[in-house]
Write a protein that binds this ligand. Sequence first.
Ligand code: GDP
Length: 364
Amino acid sequence: GFKMGIVGLPNVGKSTLFNALTRTAAAQAANFPFCTIDPNVGDVAVPDARLDKLAEIAQSKQKIAARMTFVDIAGLVKGASKGEGLGNQFLANIRETDAIAHVLRCFEDGDVTHVEGRVNPVEDAEVIETELMIADMESIEKRLQGLQRKVRGGDKEAVQQERLLKDALAVLEDGRPARTVDVAEDDLRAWELLQLLTAKPILYVCNVDEGSAAEGNDHSAAVAAMAEAQGAAHVVISAQIEEEIAQLPEDDAGIFLEEMGLAEAGLDRLIRAGYALLSLETYFTVGPKEARAWTIPVGTSAPKAAGVIHGDFEKGFIRAETIAYDDFVTLGGEQPAKEAGKMRAEGKGYTVKDGDVMHFLFNT
Ligand code: GDP
């Protein structure tokens, strides 16, 4: 599954947000036991109204949403990477994530201490980024040393790694994050395996006061401008509102949102932004037993998409019977879609589209 790490300075609202995200009725719904592997790791059901619609049409007994994992990564402060350095566990936690949600304090509250003594989310973002950049530089230097023998021995992989690490080190020494390195198509896989902290895509989460949840405020506007300049994504959320919503039953949550002038819960927006950031999309399998959402990277082939369900589906892939979401819904289900000629037989070369309702045929 896909994993998003939540980082930020102390007292910006990380834990509040994490708790809200992982405790809402919606997050725990969809027939999956809420599993807390660790108090700081939460597995959340990805809200998707299309799944509800498909399950309703097919009268599926169960609805199984896609999952996304959030990890609350505390412990970043100014100077964290100096001295003892960032703890190994801490680094491992961030390395394992696919993207970073960087929570920024965009609320004024004299009762909540700001570690830097002032509210300035853009500077806070720089503080954290600097720590992560220092951590990357240190780990690159260590890794470059570790590679020397293999490089001298002509090991191709080591040579490629060394080249990529040096590219990363060059931009980092220039004061820029590793994500600004232009990586060639052929190097992408090896690049990802380096798991550099500042190479991960960033979603800035502006934690605003309750009154600014709908429109944002000057602080979140400053973050939005910064995000745009960096080509990063941002969302505006009030962690406090989300926490209140998390304690309500699903029906009441809707009414509460309406009263606050909000179209949808922050969880929904955050996850959607995460999907966009990671170029993820969804396909569905729908039957009387269950309707289920599956997450794939944009551009995934039919066999690879089948492999998300089970490796055997990919290995023995024959074809995929495919109905576009809109056809399935407009025509009123699989049978009518089939009769209208809207069920397509797609082969190995087919690129799955967001919303496709799929049925895989495979050899065992
Ligand atoms: P963390 O250290 O980043 O995990 O921050 P916490 O989630 O523990 O929040 C720190 C303090 O800020 C707590 O007392 C929260 O209740 C408070 N807090 C979090 N979000 C908001 C907010 O949107 N507005 C206000 N006024 N306080 C908040």
